[in-house]
Design a binder for this molecule. Sequence first.
Ligand SMILES: CC(=O)N[C@@H]1[C@@H](OP(=O)(O)OP(=O)(O)OC[C@H]2O[C@@H](n3ccc(=O)[nH]c3=O)[C@H](O)[C@@H]2O)O[C@H](CO)[C@@H](O)[C@@H]1O
Length: 376
Amino acid sequence: MVSGTRPEIIKLAPLYHQLSRCGWARVAWLHTGQHSQMADQILTCFDIDPDISLVRAGDSLLEFGMGCRVQLDALLDRSPWACVIVQGDTESAFQGALAAFYRQIPVAHIEAGLRTHNLLRPFPEEGLRQMIGRIAKFHFSPTSRSRQALLAENVAPHSIWTTGNTVVDAQEWICKRRDIQRRATGRGHMLVTMHRRENWGDDIDHVCAAIADIAARLPDLPVLFPVHLNPVVHGPVHRHLGGLPNVRLTQPLDYLAMQQALADAWLVLTDSGGLQEEAPTFGVPVLVLREETERPEVLEAGCAMLVGAHRQAIMDQVLHLHADAQAYRGMQASVNPFGDGKASQRIAAHLESALRPSRQEASCLSGGSICAEELA
Ligand SMILES: CC(=O)N[C@@H]1[C@@H](OP(=O)(O)OP(=O)(O)OC[C@H]2O[C@@H](n3ccc(=O)[nH]c3=O)[C@H](O)[C@@H]2O)O[C@H](CO)[C@@H](O)[C@@H]1O
């Protein structure tokens, strides 16, 4: 399993534990180092100690990607890997898939088929996810819509399984173990996160201006903003919002704290894919700080709305939901449209049926009595 960023670790962790328990497979967790501090928090949260950690070859995405490719190829050459599992749309996922593809090792793509069909938004994730979809052998799509997107790209139907998103499995995993439930009295806070590349620059300024407007108009509404460590985000957010009495800027939260923050939220403002999928678990409405989403299911379920990075649109929607209790209730999801918490079980079962050696092969592999001719 090859991953490197916070969201990948969260969405691969349930599958890692599922496969580690099943007995028919030996699973290795490879961390690429794309995220460091944010990744360490999450790995600890999910009791995962990587079997292999790459050395990050540089700060730019180019240097990182090149370093990944060289190290991954050497590692894949060393052992007879049956499959490389990647998740989503990051550089780590793409490099893991590409290195496996060049060695003709089957690639299993988790969260396959999400599309905005706009290669510039999100950039470069939309392109990376499509390219992984081109070279993967096993496609695990969260919803029927993502399955349809793969079929429209001529991905073979028998190589696609619709399983739900493992993000809901991860929530269930942590909520059971750490007793996450709503503890806020009263309305709760407005939770804000931003990190997407296409929002960098003016868009961050516009969103921060909207949050400052809201903080001034609704002084009794606490705002919680865990600020992504990337300096392109961290700088402007602290410049615009630092020092406002009802806006709390924090370090990125560990996963446990983030789920508790979601459970206690009145409203979520985010450009995060994962948060669009997680908020419905707690029935919290989402205003998506993007022009499009590869999660239209959340819009169709009525529990999220696109507001882009438009200062006035963000302000209007927040004030509307704050004033109109009926409109707010209409956005509170009753079920999560992205999954039922059993996606990792389904994925593990499909991988077993596709990869587990037959009895004969297993015997031959272990040097047993059955010989190669019988296998032939
Ligand atoms: C285009 C797009 O949408 N791509 C997505 C992107 O992931 P994302 O947009 O969801 O990224 P983030 O928002 O960084 O992560 C979110 C997770 O992090 C937790 N979190 C957040 C803040 C914090 O302070 N503490 C935390 O614990 C939070 O609960 C959630 O689970 O890449 C993934 C990998 O390829 C893809 O799967 C995924 O489609």
